[in-house]
Write a protein that binds this ligand. Sequence first.
Ligand code: HXC
Length: 292
Amino acid sequence: MFKDGLLKGKRILITGGGTGLGKEIATKYLQLGAEVWIAGRRGSILEQTARGLIKSHGGKVGTHAVDIRDAQAVDAMVQRIWDEAGPLTGLVNNAAGNFISPTKDLTPNGFNAIANIVFHGTFYVTQAVGKRWIAGGHKGSVISILVTWVWTGSPYVVPSAMSKAGVHVMTKSLAVEWGRHGIRLNAIAPGPFPTEGAGKRLRPDSGKFEDSTQTNPMRRVGEMPELQNLAAFLMADGCEFLTGETIAIDGGGYLANGGSFTELDKLSDADWERMRALIKAQNDKDRAGRST
Ligand code: HXC
């Protein structure tokens, strides 16, 4: 779809780039010639991903272990990239956290676990990068990975829906505030693109999103190259007048069906107990691999 070397000369930070959608986007950018930096909470996973990417595609992949909930650690990471490699040209806000839960059962900590990553953390990274672009007179491009719930809302994932809606508004606001500096901000709202992190927390019983294929107008889930291509298009030069937009890539799913997860209405208290245990097991497994 794209010419070789489309992203040559770009230096792009992808949060949550060690796994899932972030890793897929990092792969595409590297294939198109960009220098890529991946950040996440698990240093060992980042290293493993970086080694695999370089082995398969060559190029340069930097890593930085960070929890984006920590504003100071975020600023130190961005300063390190500037010092060691030079100014970034692009940022992908991909890191997120989410799990399904009846909202009435959420604790303040449960709400904050999501809001601190998605709402606060995304702001910290965007601001740390954007202020350096403005100070240095550099252009830049930010892509945030959102979800179609920013338009529809969604039951059972309320902290995520609220936080992603906030980032949607940040995208529009900063497109205006930072437009005169040559900084553009856009967002992608993917429908179901199955990844392990999302499957284990949003479909803890089956781990699969195949149920949504019954109701999606295209009768399927998303294919990763489709998302990679959109992320490459938005990061490439040639369409810079495009800013402040959130683009859905969901086969028309949200237009046809509105929000996701309405079907969870039928779960009993016992079902929810079981779901919580499955999600907790996945969280414990992930935490064991974290270095921060
Ligand atoms: C109720 C829960 C819960 C659950 C956690 N909590 N899981 N509450 N039901 N299933 C509560 C805990 O009880 C605790 O509150 C609080 O949340 C913090 O939990 P921790 O496990 O200590 O948090 P932490 O280790 O910081 O983990 C953060 C996390 C975790 C967000 C909870 O899921 C995570 O690290 N996720 C990262 C990856 C991820 O989520 N990927 C999916 C993204 S999908 P108390 O009060 O007990 O202390 C996505 C959109 C997909 O973003 C869209 C698809 C269409």
